[in-house]
Ligand binder design. Sequence first.
Ligand code: GTQ
Length: 370
Amino acid sequence: MAEKMEFFHSQIVKEFNREIEKYHLGPLWHAIPELMPHEPKPQAVAYLWKWKTLHTKLMEAREIFTPDRGGERRAIYLQNPGLKHREPWGWASTTQTLYAAVQLILPGETAPSHRHTQSALRFITNGSGAYTIVQGERIFMEEGDYLITPGGLWHGHAHLGAEPMIWMDALDIPTLYSIGGTFFEHYPEKIEQPKVPDNYSSQRYAGGMVRPISDRYPKIAPLGSYKWSQTLAAIHGLSQYEPDPYDGYAIEYINPSNGKTANPNIAAWMQKIPKGFHSKAHRHTYSVIYQVFEGSGCSVINGVRFDWSKGDYFVVPNWAWHEHIATEDSFLFSVSDLPIMEKFSVQREEDYEKNQGHQEITDEFKPLLP
Ligand code: GTQ
């Protein structure tokens, strides 16, 4: 070992490392521990954003940015402090692979139609009365609904209701950015016009897990929105039985024509953590962004306690130990890069075995200064 250290710190090695830099070359012997560690060393950090901050900043943005003036959406994204060094704009990375934002649309506003290679999803947290139009289908949005816009589909939004509406966006922006797969196009008109009846896909799938016979062969996004009433019914059905030790009563949104995740690159779950439930800790290679839809409690992430309540967002980075505790009946919406990890065959999970599956709490979360 000492011999190895001597080698790395010897003058001749250091000089050579510097010398080859001039030719845009790099020494593997120096880089390998950082590039290929024994297990994932996430650059994203565990973090939490309070609803009060998000709401205040969105309200301040009401006049700063309007879709009419800027031609885009009024969305503010959650920048992971550990990934800020990514240029430009921190790659808008909430985790290493995913972007999450809060979006505000006011009555009368229109967010123009566009399409891109990034997959998008929305989870409606506040208000109703706006629709999103995806490939000619107007889908009206209500609190608790989950909506998808897989890559390549036209989508725009307009608000016909009377109250401001806020939702969560999640996209695979950092992944597409890093693999060089970004394409983006504006729709020729401001917003696409309807081509099928309103809420067409959720009516076609009103029965839940039964599909129209014409959807026998897998289709991209045969169902554009998953209504809260159905999600809640599924959770109530589950919650008569034993909870999952790690996640309480959790369901995954799937594509009803092929059984896979609703959005090909991004998994989405809704979970109920009943009052008093304390989950066991585990870790996995996928990272998760949570939105606290209802309730309050805390999550312990790598020994640090993150207290959360309604409206907050928090991130569990990849390979981080985590467990949840609810002080009231709580509903957590979450998105993860599980399908990406599966595509690269790196999905792994590990139980926390010490101390009956519970971590020792060594600290509590405090926001980082910029
Ligand atoms: O609403 O279509 O937060 O295209 C980022 C990119 C939202 C959207 C975002 C988008 C959208």
